[in-house]
Design a binder for this molecule. Structure first.
Ligand SMILES: C[S@@+](CC[C@H](N)C(=O)[O-])C[C@H]1O[C@@H](n2cnc3c(N)ncnc32)[C@H](O)[C@@H]1O
Length: 915
């Protein structure tokens, strides 16, 4: 075929593919016009399951600020409608201001923030192409006779009036126009939106630091009228002053109640928003760390170990945490079920057991509480997923308890609404711990939080495998007339050639019956989109619905068929009455999306009051071994798209599989995803739980931080000590390097991380992805005697020990230093020029004059003095933005003409000099 022919056929293929995918999309989205991507916010099984298990059986009583059982079918209907309509609405964006910021800077940020979001605004908003089937949220609230006091509670007293004026979307009553409505394009409406709602439980020293906007992330990003605010928010986020985080995601760290100086483990940390929140308190930013009279920094004694089983996600964590600029974080990658216990043998089983004051166990979960944010869940949701996650969650949680110090706390959290992933895990933890753990109620510390009590009993159901999406697909494929035709042809050919028939495993009679029954189940009158709400809330009617949709219910573990007892475990069942009284599961926090206009979540606060018994420890080890392979769930639930990618990889044999390590999990009953999960798990995990370095063989090892982390070679120091005048207090033993070749970066780690983790050999038992701050970086300039320059990242911890190559600058000179490119000496004041003239070419530090004794306002810049009376600054654009923001907070006004030039400038130019 000629060149043009090839091109033509490629073009045709692309067109065909586009047409096919458009058709599929239309089919999936119910034939929406132009293939516009409208997700159907409905799933018959999801709705039937949650109606039957009792998710809509209680309602908020605004009068006494409590949840009470629904007294009638009408109230259950109203709850259900409110739940569904909230799920179909976009999620309001939220964020919080860093609580460890210097007070002046924090106040400036909050003032600037109020100018953007403290008032109502008129905006043109593009609505998502999904309509709420039963009317708007406001309408439903009114119909149900429920006042929206839940959200005025979140508003706090300061905003009570505006809460009455606006509904949850910040929509003012009677102020919604529908101009711009179009049948073909997106629907655009003009709306007056309310000021942001303060989140009262995100506060410090009585200052509210958390805010929930009246618009979603997409509107914030795209809306012209919000552009200035969005840009400001982006800069503040990059600087680490603000973290954009979902409201419910802020809850577990607050419940954990960490304090400065504590040792904290974030067991499943990626992507890391909760880690940042913990670090703000435990580690503190360099600015807030006190120094002694000589100016020597007294580094934070607290630290956070941020772990994630997936090395790639753990690496993402590093990027996220870099904004925090803290030496108090240690990022590891290890299966949480095998996180190393570094306790001395002598303390095991004693009151000194455990390594961490606090452990956050934010386990991988089905994430059905995040369906507003991840509408893909509507399509993929199935109850088998929750059942498969249950043992993994339990195993990670039990390990977390073991790692918690006696007297310390562990928080178990999920963003799922399913009792299989929530109360049943907590109940089993309490059962196994047998008095070593007690549940505590954190509500009294969480002003404005609306959380339902945890459940003390629940129904246990499993889905029929043939009724899962995958099962249905396979069944359809099997029964596809074309496929049947082909099979028939193949059979005829075989008979013609006289080949023996292929050997098929014999199905026993029971199985055949089961299959027949399963096939009959495929069609259910309830399997409609949108799902038709139950006409009656009678238990039998609801049960009939779930059965018709392929669910099987068990009232006790004895009823579970042998084929299923690895999936539906004894621990999935509710506690006995006596246990329920002891466990007090009502102390758990359970929140549904309509309660605070958020996602759904579950949090339990557990205090370790005694060391774990030997039996409990044995159970922990058993569970860990048994649930190997369940990483599937994580991949599926955290990033659905990635599973398909991994699936493709595993098809191409890119993921090494270790068959010999198969465990006693019932492999026959696993779905393909389970098996994939097992492959991934084995690939990621070496026998001791350490990430398998082969897994990422195509990636540069250094990219993923896979090289060992070791102390810096002592021969590095003499030239540096000489060049920068590093005094005797300089902590050389707190600098670590990656173990290959000549070290590119010398990382500064805090003393407590060194003592508690490195000196105990943690790096031999887990993969250390990163730790500490860059203290020095290698540079390749030939004309200098030293091969390392000070790095901006860890400057706060190096400068106090330096006696040479430091110049102080006034505000103007300091501001001139932050400019891009090479800066001639004559841009500076005479006195500053004099200081520069006295320096040899090479790296030096500029400090801001007048703030030497003000710990939180001290600012430094890493500069380079060139031979030709020029200097340049080794500070990235993000760091410069942070510095400029701080200077503004100190009252410095950037000259207008320079501001314009700065706005047009490119990124910082560190390159060219770095090795
Ligand atoms: C719900 S997400 C955590 C979210 C995180 N805490 C945050 O706030 O950003 C669950 C995480 O658990 C990780 N994970 C899955 N299985 C794990 C295991 N066995 N041990 C540790 N982490 C695991 C996943 O990679 C995923 O990043």
């Amino acid at each position: 075929m000629g060149k043009s022919g090839k091109k033509w056929s490629r073009k045709r293929k692309v067109e065909e593919r586009a047409e096919k995918s458009n058709k599929e999309r239309k089919e999936y989205h119910g034939g929406a016009k132009d293939g516009y991507n409208v997700v159907k916010m409905s799933n018959a099984k999801f709705e039937a399951y949650y109606s039957y298990v009792g998710l809509h059986n209680s309602r908020y009583d605004a009068g006494n600020g409590r949840f009470v059982p629904c007294a009638s079918d009408a109230e259950k209907h109203a709850e259900r409608d409110l739940f569904m309509s909230t799920l179909s609405e976009v999620l309001p964006a939220s964020f919080r201001v860093d609580r460890s910021l210097d007070q002046t800077i924090q106040r400036t940020i909050l003032d600037e923030l109020q100018q953007f979001i403290g008032k109502k605004m008129e905006l043109e908003i593009e609505l998502p192409r999904t309509s709420v089937p039963t009317g708007g949220r406001k309408e439903i609230l009114e119909r149900a006779g429920v006042s929206d006091s839940r959200n005025s509670k979140l508003n706090g007293s300061t905003d009570a009036k505006s809460a009455e004026d606006y509904d949850d979307d910040g929509e003012k009553e009677g102020n919604v126009g529908d101009e711009g409505k179009s049948d073909n394009g997106p629907i655009v409406v003009r709306r007056t939106i309310a000021p942001a709602k303060p989140i009262p439980f995100i506060s410090s020293n009585d200052i509210i630091l958390g805010y929930q906007l009246s618009v979603d992330k997409r509107t914030l990003r795209r809306n012209k009228s919000l552009e200035t605010f969005h840009t400001w928010l982006k800069i503040q986020t990059d600087c680490g002053h603000i973290t954009r985080q979902e409201t419910v995601s802020m809850i577990p760290p607050v419940v954990l109640n960490v304090k400065e100086g504590m040792s904290v483990l974030d067991m499943c940390a990626a992507p890391g928003s909760k880690t940042c929140q913990l670090l703000e308190v435990v580690g503190g930013l360099p600015n807030t760390i006190p120094r002694d009279r000589d100016g020597t920094s007294l580094e934070p004694s607290g630290y956070v170990v941020a772990n994630d089983a997936d090395p790639k996600r753990a690496y993402m964590l590093v990027t996220q945490l870099r904004r925090m600029n803290s030496p108090s974080v240690f990022v590891t990658s290890c299966d949480g079920q095998f996180f190393p216990i570094l306790d001395d043998k002598s303390v095991r089983g004693t009151e000194r057991e455990g390594m961490f004051d606090r452990v956050l166990c934010d386990v991988p979960c089905s994430g059905d509480g995040t369906v507003r944010k991840n509408p893909g869940i509507w399509k993929h949701w199935n109850q088998l997923g929750s059942l498969a996650l249950h043992p993994l969650q339990l195993s990670i949680a039990l390990r977390s308890v073991r790692l918690t110090k006696v007297g310390g706390y562990m928080v178990y959290s999920t963003c799922s609404m399913n009792p299989m992933e929530n109360e049943s895990v907590v109940a089993e933890l309490l059962r196994i711990a047998d008095g070593s753990l007690v549940l505590e109620d954190p509500r009294h510390r969480m002003e404005g939080l609306i959380a339902r009590p945890g459940w003390s009993t629940w129904k246990v159901l499993r889905e029929n495998k043939n009724r899962t999406r995958k099962g249905m697909k396979e069944w359809k494929k099997k029964n596809n007339p074309k496929m049947q035709e082909r099979r028939k042809e193949a059979e005829e050919k075989r008979i013609h050639k006289d080949c023996p028939p292929p050997i098929e495993p014999e199905a026993n009679e029971n199985q055949k019956d089961g299959e027949e029954e399963e096939r009959n189940l495929i069609r259910s009158k309830y399997d409609t989109i949108p799902y038709i709400p139950p006409a009656t809330w009678d238990n039998d009617a609801l049960s009939e619905r779930t059965k018709s949709l392929g669910f099987v219910e068990y009232t006790s573990f004895d009823q579970v068929e042998p084929d299923w007892n690895k999936r539906v475990r004894a621990s999935c069942f509710p506690p006995t009455e006596e246990e329920a009284r002891r466990f007090e599961l009502h102390k758990c926090l359970r929140s549904l999306p309509q309660d605070m206009n958020t996602g759904g979540f579950f949090v339990a606060l557990l205090k370790k009051v005694k060391p774990l018994s030997r039996l409990a420890t044995e159970r922990m080890n058993f569970l860990a071994k048994e649930s190997r392979g369940a990483v599937e769930a994580d991949a599926h639930l955290c990033r659905i798209g990635d599973v398909e990618e991994e699936e493709k990889k595993s098809d191409n044999n890119e993921v090494p599989v270790n068959e010999s390590s198969a465990t006693n999990v019932n492999v026959a009953s696993m779905t393909n995803h389970d098996k994939l999960g097992e492959k991934i798990a084995e690939a990621v995990r070496a026998p001791n739980g350490k990430a398998n370095k082969q897994h990422t063989k195509n990636k540069k090892k250094t990219d993923l931080g896979m090289e060992d982390f070791i102390p810096a070679d002592p021969s590095i120091w003499p030239p540096l000590v000489e060049e920068y005048g590093l005094g005797p207090t300089f902590p050389k033993d707190q600098f670590m390097v990656r173990a290959s070749g000549e070290a590119k970066v010398l990382y500064f780690i805090s003393k407590s991380i060194k003592n508690d983790l490195i000196d105990c050999g943690i790096q031999d038992r887990v993969t250390v992805i990163n730790s500490g701050l860059k203290g020095f970086e290698r540079c390749s300039i030939q004309s200098t005697k030293v091969t390392y320059r000070v790095a901006q990242e860890g400057i706060q911890y190096v400068v106090p020990h330096m006696t040479k190559r430091i110049i102080s600058a006034n505000m103007d000179d300091f501001h001139s230093c932050v400019k891009e490119g090479f800066i001639p000496f004559d841009n500076f004041s005479e006195s500053f020029q004099k200081g520069l003239d006295e320096l040899n070419p090479g790296s030096f530090i500029v400090t801001l004059d007048g703030y030497e004794n003000d710990i939180s306002k001290k600012m430094y810049l890493v500069m380079w003095r060139r031979p030709n009376r020029m200097v340049n600054c080794f500070v990235t654009k993000i760091e410069k933005d942070a510095i400029l923001s701080k200077m503004r907070a100190l009252g410095y006004l950037v000259p207008e003409e320079e501001k314009a030039a700065d706005d047009n400038s490119e990124l910082g130019d560190e390159d060219g000099i770095m090795a």
